[in-house]
Write a new protein. Structure first.
Length: 435
């Protein structure tokens, strides 16, 4: 494949992934907000609380394999069935363990209703084991199929959720929608995989492949678990400190809007990472592409923050009405977290491409060390605003420390280079040439 065709594929792949993520955001705003308004802060908080518990344990299923499996599929195309089969069975058995652990934790601490919600939602992780198929599409720069899959799932889910609201069904039905979406996604992934001439029946499990994947992924497993602890434990800590599920819902509603922009770095990095991995033999070119990627993400995050500060009150009021009266202030605090989040997403992909997973682990360890005392001090003092403050303190401080001390400030230099607008211009030229 020639260079111009390769550039065109990466560009189209980015557009498809962005289309899927935008569709998800639109669905979340148009339908998710209606669900939040129908349920009210307390019941919405219950679902958010359950999702947080499950997210913390999910690393036992995902095992940090996402970027690694994509890399292995790119570099070892001849072993696709063995790589995907091994990744699937690792995630499947991990998912069973997630169900047991998440439900057991909830059983020891929560009401019977919350335990049932946690159990029901955790079942979705079992079906998500088949998302390893998406790794194949990422490795082949075929984001089109994953995008179509998710768009169909979102459309069906939106229709069902609107019906649940119309018939005024109870909370348990809305929790079951997480499982419904996972099942639909899995079925469609199998279908599109078959359309490419592959069959999951040909997948095989390999102990040698298991050792290879886990050898590379163990730093990511540790870092991802730590990341989930400080990213998803806010709702849990709010309930433990403030004993009010209504406040959990108020916080979750604000953060859901603030984190809506998180799809941008995830989509862009997933789309262009195969290109960055393919430049491993040219470190200077790889660094240049990383700086360009980071520049796009950092400047996008700055623009989003400015917009959020000016229109935050209006956005939250328009979407949630008067039920979520505490959410606007939380939103305007939490939105500052997107700068380190955007840059950190690019940084994580770049480090994986260079087999520097241990640096990711180092960053997450620092995050946890900062996050715990920040939460214990700020949440009791400033309530749900304090939870948003703790996230900001953690993200900025930890990223600065790791970037400053790693390899004599190399990462910090890359961050400041990404602030130079000239790199945006080079990206625009790249896109024009790819057309």
């Amino acid at each position: 494949m020639d260079t111009s065709q390769t550039k065109n594929n990466y560009f189209k792949n980015s557009l498809w992934i962005l289309l899927e993520k935008v569709s998800r955001i639109i669905s979340g705003i148009l339908v998710g907000v209606l669900v939040a308004r129908y349920l009210g802060p307390a019941q919405f908080g219950t679902i958010s609380y359950a999702l947080s518990i499950i997210a913390i344990f999910t690393i036992i299923s995902t095992l940090g394999l996402d970027g690694l499996v994509v890399r292995e599929l790119i570099t070892r195309k001849e072993r696709i069935n063995e790589i995907l089969g091994t990744a699937f069975w690792l995630r499947f058995f991990g998912a069973i363990l997630v169900v047991l652990l998440a439900t057991s934790y909830s059983y020891l601490r929560d009401t019977p209703e919350r335990v049932m919600i946690v159990f029901l939602i955790s079942i979705s992780i079992v079906f998500q084991s088949l998302t390893v198929i998406d790794f194949y599409f990422q490795s082949q720069v075929k984001g089109k199929y994953s995008a179509i899959n998710q768009i169909i799932t979102l459309f069906l889910s939106a229709i069902v959720k609107l019906m649940l609201i119309y018939f005024q069904l109870p909370l348990i039905w809305f929790a079951s929608m997480v499982v419904f979406e996972s099942v639909v996604t899995a079925v469609l992934q199998i279908y599109f995989f078959k359309q490419q001439g592959y069959f999951i029946g040909k997948w095989s499990f390999s102990f040698d492949e298991t050792k290879k994947l886990l050898f590379y992924s163990w730093p990511i497993i540790i870092s991802a678990f730590i990341q989930m602890l400080y990213q998803k434990s806010n709702e849990i800590l709010i309930l433990r400190f403030l004993h009010d599920m209504d406040l959990v819902g108020q916080y979750a509603a604000a953060v859901r809007i603030s984190e809506a922009s998180y799809f941008i770095p995830v989509a862009i990095v997933a789309a262009v990472m195969p290109g960055i991995i393919n430049t491993n033999d040219n470190k200077e070119l790889q660094k240049e592409r990383f700086i360009q990627l980071s520049s796009i993400l950092v400047w996008l995050s700055i623009i989003i923050i400015i917009g959020g500060l000016f229109f935050g009150d209006w956005i939250i009021g328009l979407l949630y009405k008067n039920k979520y009266y505490l959410s606007p202030e939380v939103f305007k605090i939490h939105i500052f977290s997107i700068i380190p989040s955007f840059f950190g997403t690019a940084l994580g992909g770049w480090l994986i491409a260079q087999n520097r997973q241990k640096i990711i682990t180092m960053l997450q360890v620092v995050n946890l060390i900062v996050y715990i005392p920040a939460c214990f001090y700020l949440i009791p003092k400033y309530e749900i605003n304090g939870a948003a403050m703790a996230i900001n303190v953690t993200y900025y401080f930890s990223l600065f420390i790791v970037c400053l001390f790693y390899n004599k400030g190399e990462l910090l230099k890359l961050f400041f280079l990404s602030l130079n607008p000239k790199h945006l211009n080079s990206v625009l030229l790249y896109i024009r040439k790819s057309k």
